[in-house]
Ligand binder design. Structure first.
Ligand code: ADP
Length: 379
């Protein structure tokens, strides 16, 4: 039986383990918190820091394969393990390209993959030179996530909002739709594309608001998206499962925003909505099985359950019974003990033939199901 380790024990690891239960695989998870969402679903839990060389190296030594649920893992340890024969998904080289936004953007340019025009800035002083390039978006090269590390700069007076660290300054794109294209590629270079997902953002929290799949796209735009996603994974030269996030403009232009080299929030509906889920698919890639069928059983929507503002402490799921009464609704609670404002605590998948029904139910669920705590914060 193959022994496979997951670096990180959050909800992505948890859902990977739920899918792993169907296959002959012995699972290992490393995370620094024994109560993390994935801890009790793996065969072997190891407490450790995924950013620490020794911890990652000692965890991976002796395993057949490793995968990640977050990009910020120690890649030097992964490289050494790869050299010693451990199969790493995604390959360390692909992870490195993606982890650093400057390297990622240069990769797109070098691979002739369309992406918004950009400049590299190493500090605020360099940023100030680009007043002519505005309006633009400043993005910190390392360590940004969920909108942290991203600043829109429209006028030169706003330059001080930028990052005094290596970053990219990207032209502001007039976005019509934000699309995620989940794609798998195996060791032989065969690919499987899921129907694209339309991601609708909450401008306040900058966390995903709700998502609908398949996205409503012109045939021509869909072909562009698929061709671009295929090119991204072929050029990254790494087997694995990837989410290519793209911007579609009103003129129908398609630009890659960024790529995640792992299972992704925008693919959670595939658990119930598609014949082979993104989690099932990654196991197929790792275990060397044929790629799965990505076709949708029914169109789907995802609503993320995030911690309500002003609530910190033990999580309580208000409105759960009411939501569970709705047909074709699937609730996933990640098992995090403590809620905080904006923390991803779970998601709900809705399936329906009718798009209107998906949107209607998504709104209803957002208004009904709340993650709160009995202890509210003092104002
Ligand atoms: P993160 O990796 O933190 O999610 P992103 O680079 O995806 O950061 O940016 C977060 C959001 O900011 C995007 O989903 C998009 O809505 C907006 N954004 C990013 N880049 C641009 C751009 N060039 N033009 C317009 N909006 C952008």
């Amino acid at each position: 039986m193959l022994r496979v380790g997951i670096l990180g024990g959050g909800q992505l690891g948890r859902m990977l383990l739920q899918a792993a239960a169907n296959y002959p695989v012995e699972t290992y998870v490393m995370e620094n918190d024994e109560e993390c969402p994935a801890a009790h679903l793996c065969h072997h839990f190891v407490k450790g820091d995924i950013r620490n060389f020794d911890d990652v190296y000692n965890f991976g030594k002796g395993l057949d394969a490793l995968t990640i649920e977050i990009e910020s893992v120690n890649d030097e340890a992964l490289e050494k393990l790869e050299g010693e024969g451990v199969k790493v998904y995604p390959r360390t080289s692909a992870l490195r390209t993606i982890k650093n936004k400057i390297a990622q953007k240069k990769f797109y340019v070098d691979s002739s993959i369309p992406t918004a025009e950009f400049k590299v800035t190493n500090n605020l002083e360099e940023l100030r030179k680009y007043a002519d390039f505005l309006p633009a978006v400043h993005k910190i090269s390392m360590g940004g996530y969920d909108g942290k590390g991203v600043q829109v700069i429209r006028r030169s007076e706003e330059m001080e909002k930028g990052f005094d660290a290596p970053s990219i300054l990207e032209k502001l794109v007039t976005i019509d739709k934000e699309i995620s294209q989940v794609i798998a590629i195996n060791e032989k270079g065969e690919t499987a594309l899921y129907p694209p997902v339309d991601m609708v953002f909450d401008p306040h929290l900058n966390l995903l608001d709700y998502q609908i799949s398949p996205a409503d796209l012109l045939q021509n735009t869909l072909w562009k998206i698929e061709a671009i996603a295929m090119r991204v994974v072929k050029e990254l030269k790494s087997p694995g499962l990837f989410a290519v996030e793209l911007f579609v403009t009103r003129q129908g232009e398609v630009y890659v925003n960024e790529t995640a080299p792992r299972v992704h929030n925008s693919g959670h509906h595939t658990i119930e909505g598609n014949y082979s889920s993104q989690f099932d698919m990654l196991w197929r890639v790792i275990l060397g099985y044929p790629l799965g069928n990505t076709d949708a059983i029914l169109p789907g929507a995802i609503v993320n359950l995030v911690g309500a503002e002003g609530h910190n402490g033990e999580a309580v799921y208000e409105g759960l019974t009411e939501v569970l009464q709705i047909d074709n609704v699937f609730v996933h609670i990640y098992g995090k003990k403590e809620t905080r404002a904006g923390r991803k605590m779970g998601h709900v998948t809705i399936l329906s033939k009718e798009k209107q029904d998906l949107v209607h139910k998504a709104h209803k669920i957002k208004n009904t199901l709340k993650v709160v705590s009995n202890k509210t914060e003092e104002a």
